[in-house]
Design a protein around this ligand. Sequence first.
Ligand SMILES: [Zn+2]
Ligand SMILES: [Zn+2]
Length: 195
Amino acid sequence: MFPVERQNRIRELIAKHQNMKISDLSEILDVSEMTIHRDIKPLIDEGYVTKTFGGITLKYAPAPPVASEDHCIVCHKTINEKLAYRIILSGSKTETACCAHCGLIRHHQLNDEAVQALCYDFLCQTTISSSLATYVMDTSINIGCCQPQILTFNLKEHAEKFVKGFGGSIYTFEEALEKNIKMQGKHCPHSNSSS
Ligand SMILES: [Zn+2]
Ligand SMILES: [Zn+2]
């Protein structure tokens, strides 16, 4: 067996068992413990496993199964919880958008059907009601989600400080909603999305 094959085998074993002893690996793979130590070195270096006393342990738990809610209702991007915009509909149904950009598009589409919407404060990560949030657009910071970017803040004061440092303009919920829809009109990849 080549070292690479052994390493793949070790990956499989550690993914299954979470923890493995060096002595057990050496027995299973029928090589010396010295060889196992050499084999696991790259796995440790890349952060796949960490070394424990006499063994190794899996560093990253396998990713949880993807629920439909993990994808943006508008653009189907995987949702990053820190940026998520959640719309609560009547009958306690919820819809989740990847960021305030998509959230506001969907919110506009739903109009009166949306009972409430929640988003996160960009600085503190606290949950805020989107209708009370302060919105920042055209900032220089790249949040890595949809363009044009929209950031949400709990306090207007924080938004103002943020804009001083990173640029951008401040909007209320209604203003942001309107501006976002207008911007969509220009280049319009989202407007044909169905629910
Ligand atoms: Zn989206
Ligand atoms: Zn987005």
